[in-house]
Design a protein around this ligand. Structure first.
Ligand code: BDP
Length: 705
């Protein structure tokens, strides 16, 4: 079966000339494996280089001096453990925490390769980088590569339940088997940690944000400890989700009021219990007073009071509270897109130092395209994590090929103007915008028990790319795609360039065939698979797609300008002005911010109605091109992966048509206009699409209460 090795398959190099060059650059290795991480580094380098260069990597004893050493020695050690003669010929480099240096040094006629770092994690990251350099055919001659993560927290969030179902998971069951832990240490746990470490991920919350208090009971803490022990040598800290009502559910208290002394004492004791088992426990990830989850507001307290109480419990041990800003309330009649900002922006500066606010990339919910969340850059005093979804809840699940790092990059490169031009979201993520020591990125994992981990083979690229962007939010998504393709499918230039081109257009394709021109949240209810723009029967208005598109006989779109909800006012003036006027609003956000007449003229001269149909068609045409480009690669790719992706692209094409037909037929009931020329006519009448049912579509959240 294809795919278990991910981007770490270390196939023998097929380019003989290159292989010779690498064999000359690395003739043997000097390394004293220190500790569990050192063992991993040693094993990875000997096995990985041995396999790619098809020659066992000989381990050499520390040479007494440069003269006696063979040329092409690979020296691997943290700086203070490097042999003295090497340190003497190198200027002491400044290597930040978790960073590494790969440098070719010269001693007389001989060249050697040095991999060094300030700490164990840096050595590990450096080892994976060195392997990737060889794997992707990068030259080592003259190399002087210093790299370090730009962020402190690079984190996965698993929406995995204790019973192994995964909320919004499309790649099988949870890889975490709480039933057989702690005794059964599935080797997959280490393989998972290894894959994360290879892209720099250094934290993981293994339980669902819609949480179960059981995980904080003593038996489960022992299970969690087993995982933490496996993750530790890979530089990964474990987090758990904390259910706010846990003191009642598992602690026997009759309240969870964050100001009640018994509740405070309960959490303090719980923290002590956790750290006794897991000394480097990361902390709590909390979803409170959101979509039915309990929280401080149940007791008339604020999010700040709730978060600070938990932060105080963890502070003595160096733990963090990651508090999610994903809130919108049943009682609040205001535009859902505004509610998180309204709630949290005024609280800036009032959280404890170890509270991070975790903010989704957009103000609604992981749509194919959203403007950035207005909270980015708006809370200069509050540590922040940007939350992205790696699992593709609103993007065709694991069936559609959509290269997400392109989406992440678009968000990261958006200028918030909060501190003038250049205040990108990337600078919020790396902490440089407001000089924050603690910041980073969280990604909702797309990982499950499927043999290839992610269901869709290209889902691996999303996991990989998330890690790379969390490491450095200014990386280019095209470069990341290229790295991933080379590491996964090899270095054939035809494969590399065509697959990269296909990935890079896949993101715009999905926007076009699902939600063009700023439409959003018009998905069928609960499972969010396929179109359901007509859905209007849910009790809460903002759970209905009709709330988001607001189509009527006059036009379509959500007025978020001053004549409507005025959500634009939550952005910096530069953005508020640009988004607030349809003439300057980027067309990709048009219907996000404006309700416009069907005959509104788009920039290319088409009416809005025509433009909508043509965008849907464009999405379909792109997918159809992706499919034929893929078919052109037959024979150049591993057969199993080739066939799997071909079938999935076939489904994606069918479903792109389904989206167009369903949405355009439905919107036609308001516009009353003919379909534009150039749009393929729908295959069935509207009722056919309305009557499609998907009772077993995955991803509906289990009810805890
Ligand atoms: C939405 C999902 C829901 C999650 C929620 C969250 O539909 O299953 O629980 O976000 O982020 O995207 O808490």
């Amino acid at each position: 079966p294809w795919g278990y090795d991910l981007w770490l398959n270390f196939e023998p190099l097929d380019d003989a000339r290159l292989k010779d060059a690498y064999r000359e650059a690395i003739t043997g290795m000097y390394m004293e494996p220190v500790g569990a991480t050192g063992q991993i580094v040693y094993r990875e380098l000997t096995e990985g280089l041995g396999s790619m260069l098809e020659r066992p990597l000989e381990s050499l004893p520390a040479p007494a001096g440069m003269k006696s050493a063979e040329a092409g020695l690979l020296l691997v050690a943290t700086w203070d453990r490097l042999p003295r003669f090497i340190r003497e010929i190198m200027d002491r480099p400044e290597i930040p925490a978790e960073g590494f240096l790969i440098r070719q040094v010269r001693a007389g006629e001989k060249k050697h390769l040095v991999l060094t770092s300030a700490d164990d994690a840096g050595l590990l990251y450096g080892a994976y980088r060195l392997l990737r350099l060889v794997q992707t055919h990068q030259p080592l001659d003259g190399i002087d590569l210093l790299d370090a993560p730009k962020t402190k927290l690079r984190m996965l969030n698993h929406w995995d339940n204790l019973d192994r179902t995964v909320e919004r998971g499309y790649a099988g069951f949870s890889i975490f088997n709480w039933h057989t832990l702690p005794e059964l240490r599935d080797p997959r746990y280490a393989d998972y940690a290894r894959a994360n470490a290879s892209v720099g991920i250094n934290a993981t919350a293994v339980t669902n944000v819609n949480s179960n208090a059981l995980v904080l009971t003593a038996p489960y803490i022992r299970k969690a400890k087993a995982l933490a022990d496996i993750f530790r040598p890979y530089g990964i800290r474990l987090y758990l989700t904390a259910r706010f009502s846990a003191p009642m559910e598992i602690g026997g208290l009759e309240t969870a009021d964050p100001l009640d002394p018994r509740v405070i004492a309960w959490w303090a004791a719980k923290a002590g219990e956790l750290y006794a088992e897991i000394p480097d426990f990361g902390g709590f990830l909390v979803k409170a007073n959101s979509e039915g989850q309990p929280g401080p507001q149940n007791y008339g307290r604020s999010h700040r009071e709730g978060a600070n109480m938990l932060a105080d419990a963890l502070a003595p041990y160096g733990g963090n509270v990651i508090w999610r800003a994903f809130v919108y309330s049943e009682e609040d009649p205001d535009d859902r897109a505004k509610q998180a900002y309204t709630e949290f922006a005024p609280e800036d500066g009032k959280f404890r130092e170890n509270v991070l606010l975790q903010v989704k990339n957009g103000p609604i919910d992981f749509q194919p395209r959203e403007p950035v969340h207005p909270l980015f850059g708006a809370m200069p005093e509050t540590p922040m994590l940007a939350e992205f979804q790696i699992t593709k809840e609103y993007l065709g699940f694991a069936t559609h090929l959509v290269y997400l790092p392109r989406l992440f990059e678009e968000v990261l490169q958006t200028d918030t103007y909060r501190e003038g031009p250049g205040s990108t979201v990337a600078r919020v993520v790396d902490g440089s915008l407001h000089d924050k020591p603690l910041s980073g990125m969280a990604g909702v994992a797309n990982i499950g028990t499927d043999i290839n981990w992610t269901g869709h083979p290209f889902g691996q690229a999303d996991w990989y790319g998330f890690g790379r962007l969390a490491w450095d939010p200014n990386l280019d998504s095209g470069d990341i795609a290229e790295e991933w393709i080379r590491a996964t499918f090899g270095n054939n230039p035809v494969v590399v360039s065509r697959v990269q081109a296909l990935m890079m257009r896949s993101r715009e394709a999905v926007v076009n065939y699902m939600t063009p021109l700023g439409l959003h949240h018009i998905f069928d209810s609960s499972h969010h698979y396929g179109p359901g723009p007509w859905v209007d029967e849910h009790s809460r208005p903002e759970w209905n797609p009709v709330y988001y598109h607001q189509a009527d006989s006059l036009g379509i779109g959500f007025d978020r300008t001053s004549t409507g909800s005025n959500a634009v006012a939550q952005y910096a003036p530069e953005l508020a002005e640009r988004y607030g006027d349809p003439a300057t609003c980027p067309e990709e956000f048009l219907l996000w911010f404006h309700h416009l007449p069907w005959d509104y003229k788009l920039r290319d001269g088409h009416t809005l109605w025509e433009g909508l149909g043509l965008k849907y068609q464009e999405g379909i045409d792109t997918v159809s091109g992706m499919l034929s480009d893929w078919q052109g690669l037959k024979g150049l790719l591993p057969d199993a992966a080739y066939r799997d992706v071909e079938m999935r692209l076939g489904i994606q094409l069918q479903e792109a048509r389904w989206w167009k037909d369903a949405c355009m037929l439905y919107f036609q009931t308001f516009s009353g206009r003919e379909f534009p020329e150039g749009m393929e006519p729908p295959a069935h009448p509207l009722n056919y699409y309305k009557n499609l049912k998907f009772p077993y579509a995955p991803g509906i959240r289990p009810q805890w209460d």
